[in-house]
Each structure stands twice: as C-alpha cells, then as structure tokens.
Design a binder for this molecule. Structure first.
Ligand code: NAP
Length: 257
C-alpha cells in the first residue's frame, strides 16, 4: 500500500474527511497538496469548535511533523482561477501529478419550498462544478505524463436515496456520481482510474453542524477510518479498478481485497 514518488491533490483538506485522507496518503509516501479556503482558524467559540477548526497550514504541518511532505494551497473550488492555480502550484513545486481527490463539499439543507438560491448555487458550484473543473485542469498534466493516475470523489448515500430536507444536496451528489462514471470512460484510454467513494456517516463539522433527520441510527465513524480505502483507490489505474461507486464500509469485503 505504498504511494512513494506520487503526488496528490486533496480538496477540502483543512478538516474532516479531507484532512484524514491527506494525512493517510502522506503516511503512505505520497507528497500531498492540501487545499481549501481556510488559512486562519475562526472557529474559536463557535458551537462546533472541535469539528469546525482547521486550516490548510494545520494539515500540512501535521503531515510534515510526521516526516511527510505537504504543500498547503488556498483554493476555493467554486472559483475556476483558484483550481487552475492549484494544479499549476502542484506542478511548479513537485513537477508531476498522479492522484486527485475531489473531497470538498457543502450541504444544501432546506425543504425545496424554502430553498435559498444562494445556498443552492453554492452547493452546485462546490459539489458539482468544482470537481468537474478540477478534473479539467488536472487531466492535462495527467494525460501528458503518460503514466496513468487515479481520481476519486466523495459522494454520499444521499445520491442514491431520499434524505429529508436535503433534495438539493442529493441532486448535487447524484450529478457528481454520474459525472465521475462518465469521466471514467472518457479517460480510460489514458489508464487513469476514476472512482466514487461513499464514506458513510462520518464525525465531522458537516455532520455536527447539520440537522439530518433519519440518519441518527447510522453509526458515526471517525474520519481516519477513510484512510485504507482512500489509499487503495489512490493506487489504482484504469487497468486495475475504474468506473466504480464503492462504499467505505465495504472496503476489504466486496472491493479492495
Ligand atoms: P467538513 O468537515 O465540513 O469539511 C468540508 C471541507 O470542504 C472543509 O475542508 C472545507 O474547507 C472544504 N470546503 C468547503 N467549501 C469549499 C470551497 N468552496 N472550496 C474549497 N474547499 C471547500 O465535512 P466532511 O464531512 O469532511 O465532508 C467532506 C466530503 O464528504 C464532502 O464532499 C461531503 O459531502 C462528503 N460526505 C460527508 C459525510 C459525513 O458524514 N461527514 C457523508 C457523506 C458525504 P474550508 O471551509 O477551509 O474551505
């Protein structure tokens, strides 16, 4: 399960699942570009301080402190110029790119009748348009390298089923899944794997901040449980595993074994 010599970009890496995946990839030898918007932690005194805290520098420092290599880059995935810069900064520092993790995501929690247009537009920009543009900019160097690669995104059970009050979020994750499955076919000739990882219910700011009716019975896992599945996906190419939607809870049972 080594990723030595490989370079990864992870979006939404300041906290939660993205931070855990970044640390996991680095612990397995990858050099990791950790990106999100937050450079200064403003969570102090907030109701969810423990979960809302974290910056790209915190994650990068944690990686470096354990002997890994990380580059923190501020990037708002709703901004095309930020995504283009993220890929450029990666190539300038490390000279290559092998792994892309489209993890950044936001909720869109509201009955449709009350839907706030700004929240809907932000959700689609972050959860759908952002991953597509990230792939657009990342694919050029991945294809030019000619050594294959691995791209995966983080979906939700909401893509496949009803979640009360979260029609907008469900729509965004369903679109994300379809996008990645189609992209898998488009880049198969370049030996680039494209997969979709469903994390289950994970103990993060998104979960603690929201009010998700009908999910309380699902056990809440800590973010580090994501690491083995993420590392395994990061190792894949189109020759080994592509075009799949997989559940983290099934890792080692029905896939990744
Ligand atoms: P989280 O703790 O809220 O983390 C979300 C991350 O996304 C943060 O690092 C945040 O960083 C970043 N982000 C938000 N808006 C961004 C933007 N415009 N540009 C760049 N980065 C942005 O939530 P999480 O639970 O770890 O969620 C990670 C992914 O897992 C999401 O795609 C989410 O939909 C998915 N997911 C989570 C669960 C769960 O149970 N937690 C379940 C299913 C799916 P900044 O604020 O610093 O930008």
């Amino acid at each position: 399960m080594r990723l030595d010599g490989k370079v990864a970009i992870v979006t939404g890496a300041s906290r939660g699942i993205g931070r855990a995946i970044s640390r996991g990839l680095a612990a397995h030898g990858a050099r990791v570009v950790v990106s999100s918007r937050t450079e200064v932690d403003t969570s102090h005194g907030s109701p969810h301080q423990k979960y809302a805290s974290g910056t790209v520098f915190d994650t990068a420092n944690a990686i470096e402190a354990t002997g890994g290599t990380a580059l923190p880059v501020r990037c708002d995935v709703s901004q095309a110029a930020d995504l283009e810069h993220l890929v450029q900064a990666t190539l300038e520092r490390f000279g290559r790119l092998d792994i892309v993790v489209a993890n950044a995501g936001v909720d869109c929690e509201s009955p449709v009748v009350d839907l706030d247009l700004e929240i809907l537009d932000r959700c689609l920009a972050v959860n759908v348009r952002g991953p597509l543009l990230l792939c657009k900019y990342a694919l050029a160097p991945l294809i030019a390298q000619g050594t294959g690669g691995s791209i995966f995104c983080i979906t939700s059970g909401a893509a496949q089923g009803y979640r009360e009050g979260r029609v907008g979020y469900s729509m965004s994750k369903a679109a994300l899944e379809r996008m990645f499955l189609n992209l898998a076919e488009e880049v198969r000739p370049y030996n680039i794997a494209v997969n979709v990882l469903d994390p289950g219910r994970v103990d993060t700011w998104m979960n603690r901040n929201g009010d998700w009716p009908g999910t309380a019975h699902i056990p809440m896992a800590q973010p580090d449980v994501m690491i083995p599945a993420a590392v395994w996906l990061a190792q894949q190419t189109a020759e080994t595993w592509t075009g799949q939607v997989v559940k983290r809870a099934d890792f080692g049972q029905t896939w990744g074994c």
